[in-house]
Write a protein that binds this ligand. Structure first.
Ligand code: AMP
Length: 282
């Protein structure tokens, strides 16, 4: 395993791979790695020869400075979980100055409205920060393929849009959500939950499964009302949003059409931990 902090060292290593006609995959992460990240690397290694996994807690995508401060960081542990990939993985873990220089700020993007829905409403500037850092990484690494989780489905669509608008040659791949046995979507933030909160958090997935069951037989309005009342009954979570939206445009839907794909999205706080999840409905 190669562990690099400088982009120049990274590009020169990648140059040696390119000379051998090896294909480069890219998996961006913020560290605190879990099986969800590992599943992305496994997918990447099916389709490419060498995988760059970045570990970078990107300051510009946090609207909440406390969340940035509290974000779990444990490089030693992360490296252990990647050891099994041996020489096929390159860990790129730069300092903010290596990526941003002196000016830690976001570029402004237009993602054709995708950035205005859901997470965009509740996390101001978040997708400008994500777009800025992913663009920088893609320009440094120039991977053939980059892999993103459907866990952050809105982010996945936004990165696809970014690649399309900038006419990047990198293909963007979406990978399925990896879940704990309870159904809870794996997330670095789960580490901050107590064992009992972690068990309680599976409530979000149970809600989404019920929504999927009801979709097509009940109206979107009725489903939404039921979700809200279940949150009230439960009492532990503070629901930030629940939405059923078109899987391509992310526009909320009232009357689903037969030939369109839809997804349900949820964001809720358990204490001060913000959890998100989503599910394909048809
Ligand atoms: P993060 O480190 O949370 O920024 O996530 C890095 C990448 O891993 C993103 O593309 C996420 O969507 C993806 N990811 C995070 N959690 C999961 C999961 N449970 N299943 C699949 N992908 C995930």
């Amino acid at each position: 395993m190669h562990i690099l902090k400088e982009k120049q060292k990274l590009t020169s290593l990648l140059g040696t791979y390119r000379k051998k006609n090896l294909r480069i995959g890219f998996v961006p992460t913020m560290g605190a790695l879990h099986q969800g990240h590992i599943s992305l690397v496994e997918q990447a290694l099916k389709l490419t020869d060498k995988v760059v996994l970045s570990i970078f807690v990107n300051p510009t995508q946090f609207d909440n400075q406390e969340d940035l401060k509290q974000y779990p960081r444990d490089l030693e542990k992360d490296l252990k979980s990647l050891q099994k990939f041996q020489e096929d993985i390159i860990v790129f873990s730069p300092l903010p100055s290596e990526i941003y220089g002196e000016n830690i700020a976001s570029e402004k993007f237009d993602f054709d409205g995708l950035e205005l829905e859901m997470e965009g409403k509740f996390r101001k500037g978040h997708f400008d920060g994500v777009g800025t850092v992913v663009k920088k990484f893609l320009e440094i690494i120039e991977p053939e393929k980059a892999f993103f989780g459907e866990k952050d489905y809105q982010q996945l669509l936004i990165i696809k849009k970014l690649a399309e608008k900038l006419q990047l040659k990198t293909e963007i791949y979406g990978c399925p959500i990896d879940r704990e046995s309870s159904g809870l979507a794996r997330s670095s933030r789960n580490e901050r939950l107590t064992a009992s909160e972690r068990a309680d958090a599976a409530f979000l997935y149970r809600i989404l499964q019920k929504v999927k069951e009801d979709f097509g037989t009940k109206s979107v309005l009725d489903i939404t009302q039921e979700v809200r009342s279940k949150f009230k009954e439960n009492g532990q979570f503070q629901l930030e949003y629940f939405e059923i939206a078109d899987a391509e445009s992310l526009k909320p839907v009232q009357e689903p059409k037969k030939d369109r794909k839809y997804r349900a999205f949820i964001a809720a706080f358990l204490g001060d931990i913000r959890l998100i999840d989503n599910i394909a409905l048809n």
